[in-house]
Design a protein around this ligand. Structure first.
Ligand code: TXA
Ligand code: MG
Length: 353
């Protein structure tokens, strides 16, 4: 099939284009669209065939559940049952926005959408294009990140096209996304809510809203060890994710020592004729002796680092980097999500300098 790319302007939305995209969803087809976190690959959440098509287009295992996107808080009580008060408090504070809640599913949600689980992931995105698409289609939209399974999530329409061209009907191109990392996922089916995936909404913010929150063992870093992700409760977290084609290694330690160490590795790999990429910062970009050096942003600007991470990993893929050496970043606040994605991409290959 031919994948149509339609540019859409947030401040002046082409209602005709939106209607076409909405019709595709209504008729069981797939449309990729921007959200504030990453691009999503959308289909009708109540249509089991649409879910099947999503899994096929991504090459994703069908036991990995999809997030259902809504455009109105009242949809929560349609899709979920036994909803705790905390869900409404979180919705009030963080929706629309980059937070996904896991709740017991209602009979309305087919198990093909939830990967066979009795729970459903619900999110109300803030991007006006996402909102308009959901409203115009009159559907709840099931949407995983719009990347081929195993590749970094997509933060612009070109990346979606790279992975899904010919596999989906349409891409709504709203330009680069705002955040660049996927939503925070919180499981509200446990007595004490558990964060299954760190994101833009931080643990502290969640605790300020609903009290004590735990972090799933699968995403916890205890000292230098990351608990093996196979035990993560979000099925998606157990797969090797966000993997660049080259071998990515993360160097942790004092800045000057990290630079020295990465420079040694650059020299070693370049001497053997390999293509080398370096993930540096604004502060360190001129400190490297060779290789393809990319700045991910200022070390002090977590938002910039989050926004550029997946884009840089993809760029190194297209440049055929065989080895990628990355500095490491603060593990605080949004840094927790950044390091979670970076370490997953590296297959937890961390060097202590
Ligand atoms: O920001 C986002 O959340 C983006 C945009 C498009 O909304 N979506 C996204 O979807 O990241 P996806 O499918 O790439 O990641 C969803 C994650 C997976 O790890 C999946 O296993 C987990 O959510 N998940 C979905 N439903 C779940 C459930 N019922 N229980 C536990 N984990 C669930
Ligand atoms: Mg994904």
């Amino acid at each position: 099939m031919e994948t149509k790319v339609v540019i859409i302007d947030r401040s002046n939305m082409d209602t005709d284009a939106l209607q076409k995209a909405a019709d595709i969803i209504k008729n069981g087809g797939l449309v990729a669209f921007p959200t504030e976190t990453v691009y999503g690959l959308g289909g009708n959440a109540r249509d089991a065939m649409a879910a099947k098509k999503i899994y096929e287009a991504k090459g994703r295992p069908s036991d990995n559940p999809l997030i259902v996107h809504i455009a109105d808080i009242s949809a929560l009580s349609v899709l979920a049952v036994d909803i705790p008060q905390s869900a409404y408090q979180l919705a009030e504070q963080f929706w629309p926005g980059p937070l996904t809640m896991i709740l017991k599913k209602s009979d309305l949600v087919p198990k093909s959408t939830t990967g066979g689980l009795d729970t459903v992931a619900v999110r109300f995105p803030s991007d006006p294009i996402a909102k308009a698409l959901i409203q115009t289609s009159g559907c709840y939209i099931a949407a995983p990140s719009a990347n081929a399974s195993g590749r970094p999530s997509t933060t612009c329409a070109d990346h979606v096209l790279e992975d899904l061209n010919g596999r989906i009907e349409m891409i709504l191109d709203g330009g680069p996304v705002q955040i660049g990392l996927e939503s925070t996922i919180i499981d509200l089916t446990e007595k004490i809510p558990v964060i299954l995936r760190p994101g833009y909404v931080t643990k502290q913010q969640l605790e300020d809203c609903i009290g004590k929150v735990l972090v799933d063992k699968g995403i916890m870093r205890t000292g230098k060890e990351e608990v093996f992700p196979a035990i993560a409760k979000a099925p998606g977290m157990k797969y090797r994710h966000y993997a660049p084609k080259g071998k990515l290694t993360v160097y942790e330690g004092e800045e000057a020592a990290v630079i020295t160490c990465i420079n040694q590795k650059i020299a070693e790999k370049m001497n053997s004729g390999a293509l080398v990429g370096v993930i540096a910062t604004e502060e360190t970009r001129n400190s490297y002796i060779g290789g393809m050096v990319r700045s991910i942003g200022s070390r002090h600007d977590e938002e910039a680092i989050a926004a550029h991470l997946f884009q840089i990993l993809r760029e190194f893929d297209s440049l055929h980097a065989e080895y990628i050496f990355s500095e490491s970043f603060s593990d605080n606040r949004l840094g927790h999500a950044i390091m979670n994605r970076l370490l997953k991409a590296a297959g937890y290959d961390i060097v202590e300098v």
